[in-house]
Every structure is written in structure tokens, then in C-alpha cells.
Design a protein around this ligand. Structure first.
Ligand code: ASP
Length: 417
């Protein structure tokens, strides 16, 4: 059986096991089941699995991106590639949020008295303060690269790796030696990904069983319209916009693409973290989709850090939902502001679980909606987080293919294999 199939079975089994345990009638075993199995064994194995993915992120981004930039050499046009990548990331996010707003305005998930009367009074949510834009810009440059790596500050690690790679390519024979060692190191790290991926079926089973045991579905019923609006917008963006962009810009088969995407999406769904999924995304985009390391090593880590279309969709629907629940009309200018701020907020959203809700506060504040409104939707957010992360990582891969095609850096035979 292929690893992808194993992961799929583990996913289904984990969801089924956790959900059944959640709805089982109270019994004498409840406390035991919870403490020993779900919060004990499953939590340990699940957390070890996520940690083992995260441990790869910094070394992988640094080594792979250094290799990629060094191999582009002085003839490569890094600036053009970077501009295309960032442009596409921004464009897809703006489209995502526009779709989300339109769907939410048609479906009206937050209308109805139940939210307004009951929940607005006891809702409470403490928003964190966002750092000023000036600091965000200054902080892109690492004053201490080792600290950036230790803290897992991805943008800073990317900047350092880019600089290092460019310097290698300009250092003649000295640089060539280092480049050779980095290429070897890159192969070794890719092998590490393969080793750790074998853990995935067990890790994913435990992660999902624990989450579905703890989450429960009652809240989904209460927030059904909100939940379904987000899910529909996610599906539409993935099935129509992404496949459309892929077909239009590359001519590649969307079906083949989605087949390659399966493991990446399953990892994104299970871990709810673009960051933790990054090693798998990079490995698959290079090995299965045939995107050259010089492109993938830049587009994938950057995407996992700044490109969050699924998150933007949740924020769009949530904004409309909260406006309707509080019966506040933010008007056309309000919605245009939401498109702008949610696009920026999704850049600022770190690829770890739950951060999308934190940056949603920014969007709400910008258009004068009550931040406490977040308390209304927090109950179903974990499940939505898993779904939107699966879309986030798909977006990174689509853009990687598009940029690679435009740079003539994709092996079509590998993609079609
Ligand atoms: N969990 C998402 C991700 O890692 C971010 C978010 O929306 O909270 O991509």
C-alpha cells in the first residue's frame, strides 16, 4: 500500500474513532479513556509527530533556499521571480476574500435573532495588540540570524538564506565548494523528510482522534450557516480558482495536480499548520510535480509564511457574520477595507494553528466591528482551521507551479508521471 493511502486510512480511522468516543453515552470508563488514551497516549504520539515535522522546517528552508539561490547564480533573475511570486500570492488572497464576502453577503449566516440577543451580551474576547507596520518592515532583516533560526522566524531565515545563496554564487571557486556541500546536505535533509513521513499514519491517527474526541459537533449545528459558508467558499476557491489559474497559466492537468496534492492536503488538514506541513509540501512540489529546487525552495517557504487564502476566506465570512449578528452595516467602503486588511492580515498570519482568529481582530478593528464577536465563532474554529490550512498549502503549490512554468523550471514529465 502506498504511504498516501495509509495516511488516508489513518485519517478516516482517527476521525471515526474520535467522533464515536465523543458521542458515546457516559460510562464508567470515561475518565480512563480521556486521561489515559486521548490526553495520554494520543496526545503524546500526535505531539511527537508534529514536533518531528517542525524540526525539519528551519534546516530545510535554510539549506534548500541557499542551494536554490546559489544555483540560480548571477544569471538568474531573483528579483523578477520574487515579484511574480509575491504578486500571485497577493492576487489569489484578494480573490479568495472577495469570494468569501460575496458568498457570505448572499447566504447571510449571521442574520437571525439568536446571535444578537443571546450571545452578544456574554461574548468576550481579548484582542492582542498588533505591532506597528514600521516594526514589521524592520523585522524582516535578521539582526541575528542564529536567533532568527532559534525562534523559527521564517521571513528572517528566508532573507538570510537568500543573501547567503547570492554570496555563494558570487564567490567563485570558494563559493562552488560550499555550494557542493549544501547540495549534499539538501539531499540528506530530503531523506530525513522521507524517514519522518513514515511516522505520519500513526501521528495523524492520534492527532485526529484526539481533536474529534475533544471538539464535538453541537456547536457546528448552532453555527451551521457560518460553518457551511466558509466550507463552500474554501471548496469554490480550491476547485474553481486554483484549477483555473493552473490551467490558464501552465496548461498542466488540474486532476494530476490534485492527485499530487493529496498527501500535502492531508498533512495540512491534520496538523492545521502550513509551517509544519512545509517539509512535505516542498518535497512533493519538487519530487512529484517536478518544480526545480531554485524555484520551489523560494516559493514554498514564502507561501507557508505569507500566503493564507483559506484564512482570508474565514476572515471574510467571519466579518460579515459578526456584522450581521450585531446588526451593524459596514457599507461598501467597509467591505473594500476588509479586502485590503484581510489580505494584509493573512500575510501577517503565522502558519500555525489558530492564528487566523488572532489576526481577524485586526480586520474587525479596522472596520469598527466589535472584537468580542470572535467569541461567537471560536467554538468551530479548530475544525475550520484544519480545512482552511489544507487550502492554504494548496495555494502555495499552485503558485509554485505557475512561477516555475514561467521560469521554465518545471519538468513536465515528472509532473505527468
Ligand atoms: N492554521 C493556519 C495555517 O497554518 C493559519 C490560520 O488560519 O490560523 O495555515
Amino acid at each position: 500500500m502506498t504511504l498516501t493511502n495509509k495516511i488516508f486510512i489513518a485519517m478516516a480511522a482517527g476521525i471515526a474513532f474520535g467522533s464515536i468516543a465523543n458521542v458515546l453515552p457516559e460510562s464508567a470508563y470515561d475518565a480512563w479513556l480521556e486521561q489515559v488514551v486521548f490526553l495520554g497516549l494520543f496526545d503524546v504520539v500526535g505531539s511527537i509527530f508534529v514536533a518531528s515535522l517542525k524540526l525539519l522546517v528551519v534546516p530545510m528552508v535554510f539549506v534548500s533556499l541557499t542551494c536554490g539561490t546559489a544555483s540560480l547564480g548571477s544569471h538568474g533573475n531573483m528579483g523578477a521571480m520574487a515579484a511574480k511570486t509575491v504578486g500571485l500570492y497577493l492576487m489569489t488572497t484578494a480573490i479568495a476574500i472577495t469570494i468569501a464576502l460575496s458568498m457570505a453577503l448572499i447566504i447571510e449566516p449571521g442574520s437571525g435573532d439568536q446571535f444578537n440577543s443571546q450571545l452578544t451580551t456574554d461574548a468576550s474576547y481579548q484582542a492582542k495588540n498588533a505591532p506597528p507596520l514600521k516594526d514589521v518592515l524592520i523585522n524582516i532583516i535578521p539582526s541575528n540570524p542564529i536567533k532568527a533560526m532559534a525562534e523559527g522566524n521564517m521571513l528572517q531565515v528566508i532573507v538570510f538564506a537568500l543573501l547567503f545563496g547570492i554570496a555563494i554564487s558570487r564567490s567563485g571557486e570558494f563559493g562552488a565548494k560550499i555550494a557542493k556541500s549544501f547540495e549534499s546536505l539538501n539531499e540528506v535533509i530530503m531523506e530525513m523528510v522521507m524517514i519522518l513521513m513514515r511516522l505520519a499514519p500513526y501521528g495523524i491517527f492520534c492527532l485526529l482522534a484526539k481533536i474529534f474526541y475533544a471538539t464535538g459537533f453541537e456547536l457546528i449545528q448552532q453555527l451551521f450557516a457560518y460553518f457551511m459558508t466558509v466550507v463552500m467558499a474554501l471548496l469554490f476557491h480550491g476547485a474553481v480558482i486554483y484549477t483555473g489559474i493552473l490551467k490558464l497559466f501552465t496548461g498542466l492537468s488540474p486532476i494530476k495536480f490534485l492527485k499530487h496534492m493529496r498527501p500535502i492536503m492531508m498533512f495540512g488538514f491534520s496538523t492545521a499548520s502550513s509551517n509544519a506541513t512545509m517539509p512535505v509540501t516542498l518535497e512533493t512540489v519538487e519530487e512529484k510535480m517536478g518544480v526545480k529546487n531554485s524555484v520551489a525552495s523560494f516559493t514554498v517557504p514564502l507561501g507557508a509564511t505569507i500566503n493564507m487564502d483559506g484564512t482570508a476566506i474565514m476572515q471574510g465570512v467571519a466579518t460579515v457574520f459578526i456584522a450581521q449578528a450585531y446588526q451593524i452595516d459596514i457599507g461598501l467602503v467597509g467591505y473594500l477595507t476588509v479586502i485590503l486588511t484581510a489580505t494584509l492580515a493573512s500575510i501577517g498570519t503565522a502558519g500555525v494553528p489558530g492564528v487566523g482568529l488572532v489576526t481577524l481582530a485586526l480586520v474587525l478593528q479596522q472596520v469598527g466591528l466589535p472584537v468580542e464577536g470572535i467569541a461567537l465563532i471560536i467554538g468551530v474554529d479548530r475544525l475550520l482551521d484544519m480545512l482552511r490550512t489544507a487550502l492554504n498549502v494548496t495555494g502555495d503549490s499552485v503558485v509554485s507551479c505557475v512561477v516555475a512554468k514561467s521560469e521554465n523550471a518545471i519538468d513536465i514529465n515528472t509532473f505527468n508521471r
